[in-house]
Write a protein that binds this ligand. Sequence first.
Ligand SMILES: Nc1nc2c(ncn2[C@@H]2O[C@H](COP(=O)(O)OP(=O)(O)OP(=O)(O)O)[C@@H](O)[C@H]2O)c(=O)[nH]1
Ligand SMILES: [Mg+2]
Length: 835
Amino acid sequence: MNVRIALAGNPNCGKTTLFNALTGSNQFVGNWPGVTVEKKEGKLKKHDGVIVTDLPGIYSLSPYTLEEVVARNYLIGERPDVILNIVDGTNLERNLYLTTQLTELGIPVVIAVNMMDVVAKNGDKINVAELSRELGCKIVEISALKGTGIMTAAEEAIKAAQNSKTVPMHTFSGAVEHAIAHIEEEVLHNMPEEQQRWYAIKIFERDTKAIESLGVDEASLAHIENDIVAAEKELDDDAESIITNERYVYIANLMKACYKKKNAGKLSTSDKIDKIVTSRLLGLPIFAVIMFLVYYISMVTIGSSATDWANDGLFGDGWHLFGIGSSAYGDVADEYGEAAQIVNGYIEFAGEKGVDTEELTAALDTESEDFDAAAAKTALDGFVNSEAKDLGDATYTVVDEETMADEEVTSSYDDLKDAVETYEKYDCTEPDPADYGVWVPGVPVLVENALDAANCADWLKGLILDGIVAGVGAVLGFVPQMLVLFLLLAFLEACGYMARIAFVLDRVFRKFGLSGKSFIPMLIGTGCGVPGIMASRTIENDRDRKMTIMTTTFIPCGAKVPFISMVAGAIFGGSAMIATSAYFVGMAAIIVSGIMLKKTKMFAGDPAPFVMELPAYHLPTLLNVLRSMWERGWSFIKKAGTIILLSTIFVWFTTYFGFADGHFGMLSEEQIDSSILAVIGNAIAWIFAPLGWGNWQAAVASITGLVAKENIVGTLGILYGGSGSVYGNLAQAFTQISGYSFLVFNLLCAPCFAAIGAIKREMNNAKWTWFAIGYQCVFAYVVALMVNQFGLLFTGSINVIGTIAALAVLVFIIYMLFKPYKESNTLKTNVKISA
Ligand SMILES: Nc1nc2c(ncn2[C@@H]2O[C@H](COP(=O)(O)OP(=O)(O)OP(=O)(O)O)[C@@H](O)[C@H]2O)c(=O)[nH]1
Ligand SMILES: [Mg+2]
């Protein structure tokens, strides 16, 4: 027995929630219309041979947007065995409009009235028995969220598929029915009887698609037209409006008979919240504050401490279990570190002054095999009591660990004596973190020990440690931060606030050629650009949609976050401003591109009205929020285990192998400049020289970023790993200006291959795809050029040609921004306005 159940209903009525509950799938659920944009199939739990299909939401069977076409084509073209019509019980009147159409298709229909938990809480009453009798189909009350009634609904659907027909109970007024009967007789008599009515009504509405698909001939059409015109005359309206209006009148009567609202006329809580949140005055400021909080919490407070743990602890030297002992150890380590710095500085200074310090240095070397604390103390005491006495103040250089900057320090003889005392207190040995609480070694340490124990070959050890662990670890280190970000976004989505933002932002977005609905693709794009680009399907207007596809990936996606954090940490001392500014740069890029592109011929067209329903606010379930957080986070982790792993292995091999000293082989740290990768990088680095970072490492990282943006971090991690910390080496390789230019370029340029694929699919046109990618790359290049050149200008090191080029670009952009443009006030295409 094979049964295909289709879940059909208005957007945001809970189809996907029900689908997940029935099939055990994990499809995305969000509290706004248009979450599902493709049909999804799943097997019904505990029932063999029953396939459930989740469809995008539709308001009617006359589709406006792309994803509505998907749903309609499935219902009409593939004809499922039964339709399970999900109806939002809190929005009965509007939802039943679709129901009246579904019952005409000649496919058995079972209605599931969803959100019954909310209906009950509001104290509203639905007379299900009466409604079922009026509509002619079985009705089940359910709550997809709580899981009540859902199996009953599915089982009723299976029963209906096997042995019942749904006969539309609703009839139109006499003249219309007369015309419909004629149409059925004239052109549809060859069709199975139950399917005739739906097509007859469509032909009555003069639906060109239906007429074309049936291939109705001219003569019959002319014949039918007489009946239609007669009905139009009698009812004094056009055919399509007659049908729409009569459906609404019918539903209004149904509602009177079957629905009792408890607090009729009063504002609901959602309405009250919306009065503030979407108000003209407060809407935008509230949005700004909430977004700031989201990024502050995830990037600065919780997120960054979690990320520090992951980077320095889990994928670093190690960490204290539960953090116990880490502050005690921190104090001790600081005390020892300061003392050691003075002691070493003094010895270095003495060496410069001609004192023979060789023996002393050897005695203090804790790495050496015959290190002995007592001997070290004796040697040091000897130094303090004789040679050091005559030296006076010592001046020496210290290298700052974070910034790698050199610093001149002067210490007196008394400082030395104090320092030596402290130093000897620790037996001239760096304190061991394991003495303070439970010390868990980091992954690299564990792996290194294991490899040493296994007597692993040097090159393999290098590949595993410097290649795989360093590269993949650098990416995974950012998982905690991203999970916090995704958690907060999932909450905002699920409670219903995101839909409000689309509404609030529409007033702003409209000014630069986008729709408020473009916000949702961009928002989803903060997680990953691929679903972000796909979400643009809900935008009705073709121009708005293309523009959204082109600009969505300007917003930093999850994969770009690690590299933004890396630039901020290494080059800008960990400033939170950098991460925040990346989102502003992304936003600004969208705005500027929108305004400029809108004025080109390609994007000229009709303005589109904003139509979107605002879902009721509700407190999301913890499970749903966690699920959506995990979905996004998991895809990030999965990528680290596959594509990023392969890329890091590739980067490692090409980094450590190459031609040096006349033969091909493995290179030492100092010879990296002759590696295969360096040769490739050097060949293209000149392109980026005007942007301030014409070094081969950065060029290579930008290229590997096209495979997956996480690779930028992994690649830089390997290329700048060498001796010293990655951050320190990066700080030396970039200035703040060139670092920011590097960030801006990689933020705005073409997205990863997966997202390019999504652009191609959604544009469905090679020319547009290339235009989009080309535009993104050129735009990224010129913005980075301006950052670098104007930055240099302000710091006084001018490059004449570069500055002129940057100025020319700036002038062009300003010209495009202020070039007069008038969007037509009238619509050029015909738009139907229905009730
Ligand atoms: N209170 C309550 N909320 C529900 C119920 N069913 C679904 N929801 C919520 O309604 C919102 C929309 O759910 P989805 O399953 O994404 O709706 P959909 O019909 O698939 O929406 P589209 O894919 O946009 O057409 C989510 O926030 C759900 O948590 C229910 O029975 N009770
Ligand atoms: Mg859905």
